[in-house]
Design a protein around this ligand. Structure first.
Ligand SMILES: C[S@@+](CC[C@H](N)C(=O)[O-])C[C@H]1O[C@@H](n2cnc3c(N)ncnc32)[C@H](O)[C@@H]1O
Length: 581
C-alpha cells in the first residue's frame, strides 16, 4: 500500500540535531480535484475507492504546490485521494462529465503526496534510522514533563537521537527526555540520569489521586506505575484511622490518604532528606498539614516510636481543639471528586476515631522492607505490660488463658502492608506462599497465605483455591458491593481486609498477598497485608529494647551527607512538624 520510509541508517542515528528533511518522502496516488460543496455526492458514489491509510485524511485542501488553479479558487476545492491503482475508467459512469466542464475540477493521474518527518511514527523512524538487529526501544514512563527511558546497552550510541525523536513526537506534554544510566540503585531508590533531549530540568509536578506532587526526580523516588497501588491501599483506610507510612517518599500514600480518604492522622516518614524536603512541600501544597506529620527517620526507628508519636499527636490535637478527630470542611461529591473520596465513605456519618493507637503501617521499600518487620516484635509490650509478662512466662502459649488473652487484644493490633519482590518460577501461589513465609520468618511466627489473596492466577494455581483454600475463599475474593452513594469499585482495586471496602481484616496468622505488578520476566512485586499477631507484638524482642514510650520531636534533623552537620530544614519544621513535647 503506502511505501515504507526508506532506510536512513546511518545518516541520522548518531546525531541529536539531525536533518529532519531526510525523512521526507513522496508518494504517488490518483486523485480527484472537486468542488468542496460536491464532496458528499462524490463520496457516496465512490465508496471503496478512497485512499485508506493510517493518519492520512483522503479529503484534503488543495496543496500549495498545485499551481494550475488560483489561490482564490483553491478555497472552494478539495482533493479526494484515491487508492493506488484506481483508474479514471473505474469511476461510476457520468460522475465526472459535468464537473470536468469546469477547469478547476480534474482527474489527476499521479498526485504527489508528501509525507514528512511529522507523518512518520516513532517506531517507523527508529526502524528507518537505527541499525538492523537493535532491540526495540521500549516505551517510556512519564513523570510530569519528563519522559524517563530505560535504554539497553546497544541503544546507547544512538541515545541522543532516540531522545530527540521521543521529544519531537511528544512535545505536547514532554519537554525533557532522560535515560537511567546506573543499574545500581541508590539506597533511597532514585537513579542517576542523563538528559538526552530538551531542557535540563528535573523538577517535576505530577498529579495523582487528586493531589499534586512536586519533586526533583534526580533526588527522590517516584514511580507513576504505582498509582493504582497507591489508590488501592488508600481504599483500606477509614476516616477515623491513624496511618503510619514508614517509607513515604514524597507522599503518594500519605498525602491523598489525608486529603481525599479523610484519614484522621497520618505520620509520614522517609529517611532520604530530599524526599523529606519534598514531602513537607507536598503536605503544604495539598493543604493537609493539619492531618499529616512528616518525619525523617530510619524506618525501624519510625516503627518503634510510632505508637508514642501517634498518642502524642492525638493528645496535642485534643488539647488544642477539644477533639482527637480533625475537623474538615463538608464534602460535596461531584464528578470531579477523586474516586478514593467517593468510594465507600459515608460522608454524612460522624467520624468515629478508631480505638486502635495505629490502624495501618505502610512499608513500600520492596527490596528490603520485610527485614524491617523485626521492629514490630515487642512493639506493644508497653501497652499491655501484664499480658507481656504472662507471655514471657508462657512463651509457647500452653495455657488457654494466655491464648485467650492474646486473642482478646487482636482487634487492637494494626494492619501492616509491606511490599516485596518475589520470583514466580513456580507459579503465583508458590510465590505468594513464599511471601507469607518470609513475613513469618522475620516475625518469628507461623504465617500462611490468606485465601482472599488477589493474585494473577495461572490455571495450575487455581487448584490451590479449589483444594487448599478453606470454604468461603471464592466468596471473599469477590469484590464488595458498593455502598450508598459510593462509586462501584473496579475489580482490579478490590482489596479484602479493609474497613473502607467492607471486608474483614485477614485472620491473625494469615497474610493477604496482592500482586502489584510485574517487574521482570520472572519477578513480581507484591504487597503482603496482615494483622500484627498479638503474640509477636508482646514477645520479648531479641535485641535491646527501645524506649518506645518516648516520642521523637517531629522531624529528626538528618546529618548532612557531606558536612556531618544537621540538615537545615527549620523553615519546613515551622510549617508542619509537631512541636517538641
Ligand atoms: C520504593 S520507595 C517508595 C516511596 C513511596 N512510598 C512511593 O510509593 O512512591 C522507598 C522509599 O524508602 C525510602 N527509604 C530507603 N531506606 C529507608 C529507611 N531505612 N528508612 C526509611 N525510609 C527509607 C527511600 O528514600 C524511598 O523514598
Amino acid at each position: 500500500m503506502l511505501p515504507a520510509l526508506p532506510r536512513l541508517f546511518p545518516k541520522v542515528a548518531l546525531v541529536r540535531d539531525f536533518d529532519r528533511s531526510l525523512f521526507q518522502t513522496t508518494f504517488t496516488t490518483p486523485a480527484l480535484r472537486v468542488a468542496a460543496n460536491q464532496c458528499g455526492r462524490f463520496l457516496k458514489e465512490m465508496s471503496g475507492m478512497l485512499l485508506s491509510a493510517p493518519r492520512i485524511k483522503p479529503i484534503m485542501p488543495v496543496p500549495d504546490s498545485v499551481d494550475q488553479v488560483s489561490e482564490e479558487a483553491k478555497k472552494s476545492l478539495r482533493m479526494l485521494l484515491l487508492k493506488p491503482g484506481v483508474r479514471r475508467e473505474d469511476l461510476p459512469a457520468g460522475l465526472l462529465t459535468e464537473e470536468e466542464g469546469s477547469s478547476a475540477c480534474a482527474w489527476i493521474e499521479d498526485f504527489q503526496l508528501c509525507l514528512d518527518y511529522n507523518y512518520w511514527t516513532v517506531d517507523q523512524i527508529f526502524d528507518s534510522a537505527l541499525p538492523d538487529g537493535l532491540p526495540n526501544v521500549s516505551g517510556f514512563e512519564t513523570i510530569g514533563h519528563i519522559a524517563h527511558l530505560n535504554l539497553r546497552d546497544p541503544h546507547l550510541p544512538y541515545r541522543e537521537f532516540i531522545g530527540q525523536v521521543i521529544l519531537d513526537k511528544n512535545c505536547h506534554n514532554i519537554s525533557t527526555v532522560v535515560n537511567k544510566i546506573d543499574t545500581i540503585e541508590h539506597q533511597f531508590r532514585f537513579f542517576k540520569m542523563e538528559v538526552l533531549a530538551g531542557k535540563d530540568d528535573l523538577n517535576a509536578v505530577v498529579r495523582e489521586n487528586g493531589c499534586t506532587f512536586k519533586f526533583d526526580f534526580s533526588r527522590v523516588y517516584w514511580n507513576s506505575k504505582l498509582h493504582r497501588e497507591h489508590e488501592r491501599l488508600q481504599l483500606c483506610f477509614d476516616r477515623g484511622d491513624t496511618v503510619i507510612d514508614v517509607m513515604a517518599g514524597v507522599g503518594p500514600f500519605a498525602v491523598p490518604a489525608a486529603a481525599h480518604r479523610h484519614v484522621n492522622l497520618v505520620l509520614a516518614n522517609d529517611l532520604n532528606p530530599s524526599s523529606h524536603e519534598f514531602l513537607v512541600e507536598n503536605i503544604r501544597r495539598n493543604n493537609v498539614g493539619k492531618y499529616v506529620t512528616p518525619y525523617n527517620l530510619d524506618g525501624r526507628e519510625m516503627i518503634r516510636r510510632g505508637l508514642a508519636e501517634a498518642r502524642a499527636l492525638k493528645a496535642r490535637r485534643l488539647a488544642d481543639t477539644g477533639s482527637v478527630v480533625a475537623s474538615r470542611p463538608a464534602v460535596r461529591l461531584t464528578q470531579s471528586t477523586p474516586f478514593i473520596t467517593r468510594f465507600g465513605l459515608d460522608h454524612k456519618a460522624p467520624v468515629v476515631p478508631s480505638p486502635r493507637v495505629v490502624d495501618h503501617f505502610v512499608m513500600n521499600l520492596p527490596a528490603i522492607a520485610i527485614e524491617f518487620l523485626d521492629a514490630f516484635v515487642g512493639l506493644y509490650r508497653a501497652e499491655y505490660p501484664e499480658l507481656a509478662e504472662q507471655l514471657d512466662q508462657d512463651p509457647d502459649m500452653g495455657s488457654p488463658a494466655t491464648a485467650a488473652a492474646l486473642a482478646a487484644i487482636a482487634d487492637q493490633m494494626p494492619m501492616i502492608h509491606v511490599h516485596c519482590f518475589e520470583f514466580i518460577h513456580d507459579g503465583e501461589v508458590a510465590a505468594a506462599k513464599a511471601v507469607a513465609g518470609r513475613v513469618g520468618t522475620v516475625l518469628g511466627a507461623s504465617m500462611t497465605l490468606a485465601p482472599s489473596s488477589t493474585l494473577n492466577l495461572v490455571v495450575a494455581d487455581r487448584n490451590w483455591f479449589l483444594q487448599e483454600a478453606p470454604a468461603g475463599a471464592a466468596a471473599s475474593a469477590t469484590p464488595p458491593a458498593p455502598r450508598g452513594n459510593a462509586a462501584k469499585m473496579p475489580d482490579h482495586l478490590a482489596v479484602p481486609g479493609s474497613p473502607g471496602t467492607d471486608l474483614p481484616r485477614p485472620a491473625v496468622g494469615t497474610v493477604h498477598v496482592h500482586n502489584v505488578r510485574s517487574v521482570a520476566p520472572n519477578k513480581d512485586m507484591y504487597c503482603a497485608s496482615f494483622v500484627l499477631p498479638p503474640a509477636v507484638a508482646l514477645r520479648q524482642p531479641a535485641g535491646p529494647e527501645v524506649d518506645a514510650a518516648a516520642p521523637v520531636a517531629g522531624k529528626r534533623p538528618h546529618p548532612d551527607a557531606e558536612s556531618g552537620e544537621p540538615a537545615s530544614s527549620k523553615k519546613h519544621q515551622a510549617d508542619v512538624v509537631t512541636k517538641p513535647e
